[in-house]
Structure formats: C-alpha cells, structure tokens
Design a protein around this ligand. Structure first.
Ligand SMILES: [Fe+2]
Ligand SMILES: [Fe+2]
Length: 203
C-alpha cells in the first residue's frame, strides 16, 4: 500500500531528484571541512542550496520549464564550494563533480546530465544572457535566493568589481519584475552607483 504520509526525505520512496537533494544535504552535514576552512559555512551551504531549489521550482513553474531539472541544477550549482569551501572558478570546477554525482546513480540519461551540468558550468556568468533557459534559471535562482537575505547587498558592493556587482543588481531587478515584484528602491540606487563607478573604471 502506498504510504499516505509525506516522506520527509526518509526512506527509499524518493524521486531521483529528491535522492540527489538528500545526498547533497548529507554531504554538507557529514563534511569534515570546518567553517574556519570555508569561505562561507556549512549552515550557509545548507540554507543556500535548499533555498535555491525552492526558488528554482518557482522560476521553473513561471517559465514552463522542467521542475526536476531545476531542482537538480539548483542543488548542485555550488557543489564545488560545498566540497572544497572555495569559490574561485567554482562553477567550472563544479560541473564535472555534478556530472559524477548524477552518473553514479545510473538514473539519468546523458542528455539530462548535459542540461544540468551545463547550467552548473555557466551559473557564475551573471553578466551573460544566454538562449539556454536552464543556464538562465541557474543564474536567476542563485541570484534570487541570495537577495532574499537581509543586508546581502554589501557583499556584492565590497567583494566584487563594480562592473561585476552591477550585473547582480540588474538581474535581481529583472527577476523580481518577472515574478510581479517591484524593484526595491535600494537595488535601483545601488545599481545607479555601480554603473557610475564601472563607467569610471573603463575610462
Ligand atoms: Fe555559485
Ligand atoms: Fe550559489
């Protein structure tokens, strides 16, 4: 008889995407790499990967995309950071890790793995607007989840060059609009400042 209760990620009655989601959460929980050796933290990795999955589902539904692919892209997008604690070039370095995780399960066709790993590979290129809806979903879910935290704006302002930082603000304004949410005044103001600054950098 089919279980009448929701699985709550216990047992074997999980979809293949849920199986991967649980695996990634377990990788974070069981990681021996302490926060002192991470650029973020295990708590952040748990919150951000899970948050991305949920906002990724919302974006997929809104855009008529496959929700399972969205979940998998989102849970795996920062896999390199989860494993190594480092951000440098993590999108490119994470794609083969994502591929290995998916392949090991024997539950995914090569074309499916390609869609997911391509999105992981390109997710840091926030300044590029590609024709690939899953690549754009990866960038947008990542951006949307990050910007749902309070006071995250300073991180972009102070840790990224203005020409890179401005792309995150451009994106969040666009994503919010797409979801019927007004642009936040502070985002518009920061974008203006960053555009001024990046124009100065160019000259
Ligand atoms: Fe990332
Ligand atoms: Fe991320």
């Amino acid at each position: 008889m089919k279980n009448m209760h929701y699985h709550h990620f216990k047992g074997d009655d999980l979809s293949r995407s849920e199986f991967i989601q649980r695996k990634v959460v377990e990788m974070i929980l069981n990681s021996n790499l302490p926060d002192e050796e991470r650029e973020s933290s295990k708590i952040w990795e748990l919150k951000h990967s899970s948050g991305c999955v949920q906002v990724g589902r919302i974006l997929a539904e809104r855009r008529g995309l496959n929700k399972e692919f969205a979940e998998l892209i989102c849970i795996l997008h920062d896999i390199y950071v989860i494993v190594t604690g480092k951000y440098s070039d993590h999108a490119h370095l994470g794609a083969p890790m994502a591929e290995q995780i998916l392949r090991e399960t024997n539950k995914f066709a090569p074309e499916e793995i390609k869609i997911i790993t391509e999105a992981v590979f390109h997710h840091s290129d926030k300044h590029v607007y590609s024709e690939n809806p899953y690549v754009e979903l990866a960038k947008d879910a990542d951006t949307l989840d990050c910007f749902l935290y309070d006071n995250v704006e300073d991180y972009y302002i102070y840790n990224k060059p203005p020409q890179v930082a401005k792309e995150y603000f451009k994106r969040i304004i666009k994503i919010r609009k797409d979801l019927g949410m007004k642009a936040l005044k502070k985002h518009l103001e920061i974008l203006k400042q960053l555009e001024k600054k990046s124009a100065k950098v160019k000259t």
